[in-house]
Design a protein around this ligand. Structure first.
Ligand SMILES: [Zn+2]
Length: 411
């Protein structure tokens, strides 16, 4: 394929993706119900409901602006050979191919992040603030940024360096070795996320003795599932939005509850949320998710290996010679449609798993308490109650609230 054809395909892909996403956003916004529906009135105050509709609208508009800016920037950069131009600027200073690639990606990452900072600031300190979610201070925002850069340089640099080293030294067969490395890394990251990464950003404290802890211990004994690593995280440092999750595998697994979740829910509701999380474990969703992600990575790396040494990819981006880093960018863009399809399949499986976990919580604990917790979470987070089915199909990893309540009620 000639460089011109490759560039045309890339431009068509990013344009189609942009239009597709904007259409989805649009029909999703249109599917909202503006009058408070009767089925919702029991747990939603009218004022809060109106606020949630307005929140959806503001979020959609904001996401349209950010995507449009990023689409136009990418389109122009590609159409005028900007990626190749940056390569020519940097190349004279670095005669080591891996170093050149790391600096290239570093520069690209840093510049694009700087350009998105105004949008992040607006989102956090204007939109989230207006709807009463924001708790982030300027200090936290800056500290988060710096820590994020540090992690990107450390982890991103390490993985990228390894990938480039393998490609340049082994050639097409690099993908098998890098696949193994990624699998080990994912496992490692999963095991040590709550001990190494999370404490950089949040404070984790063991759940103190009391009614909640006793209730959790009682439940844990009844289902014969050890729940002794329960931590409370200071999510309220950044936002009023609440969450809970399991992390780690085997004996190292930890349960993390947001302080915002504890504050707004009854003991029964909290145990029901935990029971749902235990359901994910018992139904092997965690292991399944891990296996699926490893297989996906393998498929992606294999396809990448067929294209990564093709000089025309670099030329398509406006370069005068082949550069593995340029080929990686071109591959990433060409892979967009496939990764989209993979994402949709992932969401289908994830939504099915959510129903199963709800079912488990209902069977081993209390479906009503779970329903009530889900309603509260949805109201407090101003979630969209009437998303368009097409939007849900593509983007939702969890079924919409009313579908979940329905399913729990039918158990
Ligand atoms: Zn879940």
């Amino acid at each position: 394929m000639s460089p011109e054809t490759i560039l045309t395909i890339i431009l068509v892909i990013i344009s189609a993706d942009f239009i597709f996403e904007q259409l989805l956003d649009y029909i999703n916004l249109k599917s909202g119900k503006y009058e408070l529906p009767e089925e919702v009135a029991a747990f939603y105050e009218k004022e809060k409901y109106t606020k949630s509709i307005s929140y959806q609208r503001v979020q959609t508009r904001f996401s349209f602006i950010t995507s449009a800016v990023s689409f136009i920037a990418s389109f122009l950069l590609l159409a005028f050979g900007g990626f190749g131009y940056i390569d020519e600027l940097l190349r004279p200073y670095f005669d080591h191919e891996i170093l050149l690639a790391l600096v290239y990606f570093g520069a690209l990452y840093f510049v694009s992040d700087l350009l998105t900072i105004p949008f992040q600031l607006y989102n956090t300190f204007v939109i989230e603030e207006r709807y009463g979610f924001n708790k982030t201070t300027a200090g936290t925002f800056i500290a988060d940024k710096l820590k994020g850069y540090m992690l990107a340089v450390l982890i991103g640099g390490l993985l990228l360096g390894l990938l480039l080293y393998l490609i340049l030294n082994i050639g097409q067969d690099f993908w098998i070795y890098f696949w193994i490395a990624i699998a080990v890394f994912t496992l490692f990251a999963n095991m040590f996320f709550t001990t190494l990464i999370l404490p950089l950003f949040n404070k984790l404290t063991p759940l103190e003795e009391g009614e909640l802890k006793t209730a959790i211990e009682d439940y844990s004994k009844r289902i014969n599932f050890p729940l002794d690593n329960i931590f409370v995280i200071d999510g309220s440092k950044r936002s009023n939005k609440a969450n809970a999750f399991f992390s780690g595998i085997g004996k190292k697994k930890k349960i993390v509850l947001y302080d915002t979740l504890i504050k707004n829910h009854s003991t029964e509701e909290l145990v029901a949320i935990l029971a749902h999380e235990v359901g994910h474990f018992k139904k092997k969703h965690i292991v399944l998710g891990f296996v699926i992600s490893i297989v996906q990575t393998g498929v992606m790396l294999f396809i990448m290996s067929r294209m990564i040494l093709n000089e025309n990819l670099s030329l398509a981006l406006g370069a005068e010679q082949m550069g593995v880093h340029l080929n990686l960018i071109a591959f990433g863009l060409l892979f967009t449609p496939i990764s989209k399809v993979i994402g949709v399949f992932g969401n289908i499986i994830s939504r099915r798993n959510e129903y199963e976990a709800d079912e488990y919580a209902n069977k081993t604990y209390n479906g009503q308490a779970l329903s009530s917790a889900l309603k509260k979470l949805s109201v407090d987070n101003l979630s969209n109650l009437y998303p368009h089915p097409a939007y849900v199909f593509v983007h939702y990893s969890h079924p919409p609230l009313l579908k979940r309540l329905d399913a729990i009620a039918r158990l």
